[in-house]
Design a protein around this ligand. Sequence first.
Ligand code: ADP
Ligand code: MG
Length: 497
Amino acid sequence: MSAPSTPLVLGIETSCDETAVGIVRGGQLLANVISSSMELHRRFGGVVPEVAARAHLEAIPSVIDQAVAEAGVSLDDIDAVAVTSGPGLAGALMVGVGAAKGLAQSLSVPLYAVNHLVGHVSVELLTSEGRDLELPTIALLVSGGHTSLLLVRDIVDDVVVLGDTIDDAAGEAFDKVARLLGLPYPGGPEIDRVARAGNPKAYSFPRGLTHPKDQEKHRFNFSFSGLKTAVARWWEQHGDSDDEQLIADVAASFQDAVVDVLVTKALDACNEHGVKRLVLGGGVAANGRLREVAEARCADAGVDLRVPPLSLCTDNGAMIAALGAELISRGRHASDIGVSADPTLAASIAQAGLPPKRHVSDEDLGEWINQRDAEEPSDQAEFVEQVDQAITGMQPTITPPSRRVNKARRTWLPTIASSLGVLGLALSPAFGVGLIPSILATIFGQVGLRQHPAKRGRLIVALVLGYLGIAVSTVIASVLVTPFIRALLVAWGILLP
Ligand code: ADP
Ligand code: MG
C-alpha cells in the first residue's frame, strides 16, 4: 500500500447520465474516463432515470478497465475506492455504489462514499492539473440536475449551502427551452452555439428571484421555471421555426437571463461573505457566455475565478477520487460497507456512511460475529444484511422505520412480563385480584419468548410466576366465591340449607 499521503484512489461517479471512473494518486490525476448515455436519452428530450441506471450497469465494467489501463496501474494497486453516494438519481447512484462496494470488498480496500457536489469543488485538489484549492471559496455548481451556490471554508468539514434552485435546474432550463426552439437534446450546447449569432439584448426575459422582495427569503436561491414559461409564451405568439435569426436572438436573450442571474448571485455571495474566489462546476459551466460574463464581472470585482476544463467540469470520476484521496490524507475513517445511495444527500455532508462501522476488516468481522451470537434475531438480520452487501456489493435492504420503532418498543417486554408475574403472584392471596396481572404476565411472556430468545431465562421466570399467580388467584377466588354460590343455590331451593 502507498504512503497514506499519496494513496492510489479509484473514484466512481454515476449520479446522472455519465458513467465515469477516475484514478488519482494524491493530487495527481492519472485517468479520467467518462462514458455518457446521453444518446439514449435524446429521443426523450431529457435524462430517463431507468434508462440511465441500466446504461451504468452495462458500461461500468469497461469504464473501470479503461481507467485502470489509462492510469497504467493494475486493480491490485488501488488503495481505496471512492464513490458518489448522492445527491443524484436513485437508481443511477445505486449502480455506482453497488459496484464500488463490490470492488472495495474484492480488493480488500476501504470504501469512501462521498458527496457529488463537494466532488465538483474537489476538482481544485488536482494539483497535477495546475490547480490549487484555495479556501474559502464560493462554488457555483450548475448542471442538468443541480444549481447550487456553496460557501466552502473547508472541503470536508465546512461546506454551507447558501442556495439552490427551487424548481428547474439551469441545465434543465437550457434543455427545455432548446426543445421549444426546435433544437436537439442536450439543449445547452445547442443554445450556446446558435446564440453566438444572436443579440442577447433582443428580448428582455425575466430574471427569477432577483426582485427586491425576494432578497430576504431567496437571496441565493434560483428559479428558472418562470423564465422558461416566459420564453414559451413569447414563442407561442411570435415564434417562427424557419427564422434562424429569430431563434438565435431568443436563444441569446434566454441565455443572457440565465447567465445574468447565475453570475449576479454568485458575486453577491462572494461579496456578502467576504470571499475573493469563485469556482464554477457542472455541465453548464461549459457555456461560453457564462464563462465570458463571469470572467469580466469577477475581474471587475477582484474575484479570482476558477473554471475547470470541460472533462473536469461535467460529471467525472476524477473529482470523486480526489475527494476520496483528501479524506484519506486527513486520516478519515472509511465509510460503512452498508452505506447506501442517498438521492438527497446534503452538500454539507462531504462523506456518507459514518459512523458506526468504518471498514470490514477480518478482526471487525470476527468481532461482529461474536456480537451477533449474543444479540437478538432482529439485530442478527441486520448483520446478515450487512455481510451480504459486503459480499455481493448489492444495495442494502432498507429497514422500514416501523420495524425499527417496534424493535425499540418491544425491548422492555421481558421486564414487563417478569414484573407482572411478581405482581400477580403477590396479589393473588388478596381476594384473587392477582389474576389479571398474572394472565398479562403469561401473555407478555409468550410474546417475549418469540421476539427475545436471548432473554429466555427471565421470560420463563415470568411465565412460571404468571401461571402460579393464576393458580393461586383461582383457588383463593373460588374459596371466596363458594359460600356466595352456596347461599344462592340454597335461596333458589336447589340445595338444602
Ligand atoms: P448532469 O448529468 O448532472 O445533468 P452534467 O454536468 O452532465 O450534469 O451537465 C449536463 C447539462 O449541462 C445539460 O443540461 C446540458 O444541456 C448542460 N450543458 C452542457 N453544455 C452546455 C453549454 N455549453 N451551455 C449550457 N448548458 C450546457
Ligand atoms: Mg450528465
